[in-house]
Design a protein around this ligand. Structure first.
Ligand code: PMP
Length: 342
């Protein structure tokens, strides 16, 4: 009954909240890219679905080549995953009795998986401006560091020199989660070959609007990628249609870049609108904004057709997070905000 005992034990863990389904509301709570026209993605999927589904996927190498071109790195520096969640999960699954360190708040999935795999977890709280005490990270004796860059849910990206400094000094393995890199100020993808303890995690779910297809990838030096692909990753982690769709999306880099530029511009407008409605917005390098304000905001926005993410309290203040979409969806959020009694 040892296994049953394990199930009983993990049943006590908090786990993660399944997103609630609200009908007829504008969903701005999960940082998807709703600025990409639905029609465009539907066309891509229709084209991508011309496959022979009797066969296992054989198109991973082609996707890796396309990603290599997009990222300007070598193909053997890339591994594919079933969403970047899955890559993080697999890395932690081999953690066994190791110790992990991260920042607080950060991507909740990471925390939940550390708990599942019984990794001891040190969380370094960000300060009131979401700044990080870098020295605490460097001085830690943890085996794995997870740094989300830009950080979800706060939206900020720590200065590049400080992060490089951490990478140079931290003794353990480093996971840099760049799920929102396309909206950010920098990526560390170009330095992977200098380190054998650094892995960068990226995704097609955000900038490329394919959250529903579950395609993530890792970028690291070939020795890490080789072990990951050969021993850790499943043989067929992503289905053929998703892989084809990702390839088509990558071939539309210019259109996607235009959408990213729009989102970044709109981010400024939404930031100003939140602040001028009496709430406090925080500067973001991602496709969402964290803001603080009264506990009434969530229900007020919901009554006006908008769902934002309730982040609970951070350093004693109530926080929310809103995804940045296109001009129309952002207007709907801004108008709803104006109607809410704060
Ligand atoms: N990392 C971060 C920081 C995220 O916010 C998310 C999704 N919310 C993911 C990874 C997972 O993305 P996916 O599994 O869709 O690639």
């Amino acid at each position: 009954m040892r296994f049953k005992g394990i199930i009983d034990e993990i049943s006590k863990l908090e786990g993660y909240n399944k997103p609630k389904i609200y009908k007829d509301k504008l969903k701005l709570d999960t940082n998807e890219n709703i600025a990409i026209p639905k029609r465009l993605v539907a066309r891509v999927i229709s084209k991508a679905s011309k496959i022979d589904a009797r066969e296992y996927p054989i198109n991973y190498d082609m996707l890796k080549s396309d990603l290599a071109k997009y990222l300007n790195v070598k193909r053997d520096c890339i591994a594919i995953g079933n969403g970047s969640d899955q890559i993080i999960d697999l890395l932690l699954s081999i953690g066994r009795d190791t110790k992990s360190i991260t920042i607080k708040p950060t991507f909740s999935f990471y925390i939940a998986r550390c708990r599942l795999y019984s990794l001891s977890l040190e969380e370094i709280s960000l300060d009131d401006n979401f700044g990080l005490d870098y020295k605490k990270v460097i001085d830690s004796d943890a085996d794995i560091l997870y740094l989300c860059s830009p950080n979800n849910p706060t939206g900020n990206q720590f200065p590049r020199e400080e992060v490089i400094n951490i990478i140079e000094s931290f003794k353990g393995f480093i996971i840099i989660d760049e799920a929102y890199a396309e909206f950010a100020r920098y990526s560390l993808k170009d330095i992977i070959n200098k380190y054998d303890n650094l892995i960068i995690i990226r995704t097609m779910s955000k900038a490329f609007g394919l959250a529903g297809l579950r395609i993530g990838y890792a970028i690291a030096n070939p020795s890490i990628i080789d072990v990951f692909n050969r021993v850790i990753q499943y043989p067929y982690p992503v289905n053929s249609i998703a892989v084809n769709a990702a390839r088509i999306m990558l071939s539309m880099k210019n259109e996607i870049n235009n959408i990213i530029t729009t989102i970044k511009k709109e981010r400024e407008r939404v930031y100003d609108a939140i602040n001028s409605s009496g709430l406090s917005a925080y500067r973001s390098d991602a496709n969402f904004i964290a803001f603080s304000g009264s506990k009434k905001i969530f229900n007020g926005l919901l009554r006006n057709g908008i769902i934002v993410k309730d982040l609970g309290e951070i350093n004693g203040k109530q926080f929310y997070r809103v995804s940045i979409g296109n001009k129309d969806t952002n207007d709907r959020f801004i108008n709803a905000l104006r109607k809410v009694r704060l």
